[in-house]
Design a protein around this ligand. Structure first.
Ligand SMILES: Cc1cc2nc3c(=O)[nH]c(=O)nc-3n(C[C@H](O)[C@H](O)[C@H](O)COP(=O)(O)O)c2cc1C
Length: 194
């Protein structure tokens, strides 16, 4: 393995989310998108269930995605005005690359427990965010209210046992990094005394 340990640790410690409002083209190309998904596939996966999948929303699909955001808002707020509808539609065009992360949780299987499946999806998400950062892109996970609407689930063919967890918006950052302060590691660690 020719990985420099410091490069990995530095990438993890310097990763931060970048708002889709602060990214422009280019985003990852097709080969890089596949590399991001390969990174996701390296996530821990109890029972080899691979309880998640990704959807790519290429530029050609963004008009249709805007229609879905509009329908989702009308489902939640039938009286939404034109400005609110326009803002909802704009969400579809924000970042050069938009991926969706869908979890498929098996509540019956028992082992691995559904919590393990959920965490596997979270690890896949983190691997995509981290790999995007390592490639020099800015990325952010975004869920929002639309993803839970029936209009959204139907348009995207989200099955009954699936959850559309979030979008991942990815592009080239236009501004200097804005990193959230991280908690001191000591505050996150206790020592079990037996
Ligand atoms: C699954 C998931 C969904 C998220 N959805 C949103 C969202 O809809 N809106 C938002 O402002 N932040 C959302 N966040 C949080 C941001 O993606 C980001 O993690 C947060 O702003 C902290 O930034 P950092 O990653 O630089 O620490 C979500 C995070 C996760 C893990």
């Amino acid at each position: 393995m020719d990985l420099s340990r410091n490069d990995v640790i530095n990438a993890i410690l310097s990763r931060h989310s970048v708002s889709p409002k602060r990214v422009v083209a280019p985003g990852p190309d097709q080969a890089q998108i596949l590399e991001l998904i390969a990174a996701a596939a390296a996530a821990p996966d109890h029972g080899k269930l691979r309880p998640w999948r990704f959807i790519n929303f290429p530029q050609i699909s963004r008009g249709a995605l805007a229609d879905v955001f509009e329908a989702a808002l009308l489902e939640r707020m039938p009286d939404a005005n034109a400005e609110a509808l326009s803002r909802a539609r704009e969400k579809a065009s924000r970042a050069p690359v938009v991926l969706g992360l869908v979890l498929r949780l098996d509540h019956q299987i028992g082992i691995p427990h559904v919590d393990d499946q959920l965490v596997s999806g979270g690890a896949a998400l983190q691997n995509v965010l981290l790999a995007s950062h390592a490639m020099g892109f800015g990325a952010r996970a975004l869920s929002g209210q639309a993803v839970r609407t029936q209009a959204f689930r139907t348009a995207l063919d989200i099955a009954d046992d699936e959850i559309f967890l979030c979008f991942i918006a990815i592009g080239t950052p236009t501004t200097a990094p804005k990193r959230n302060a991280r908690p001191a590691p000591e505050a996150l660690l206790t020592q079990w005394q037996g």
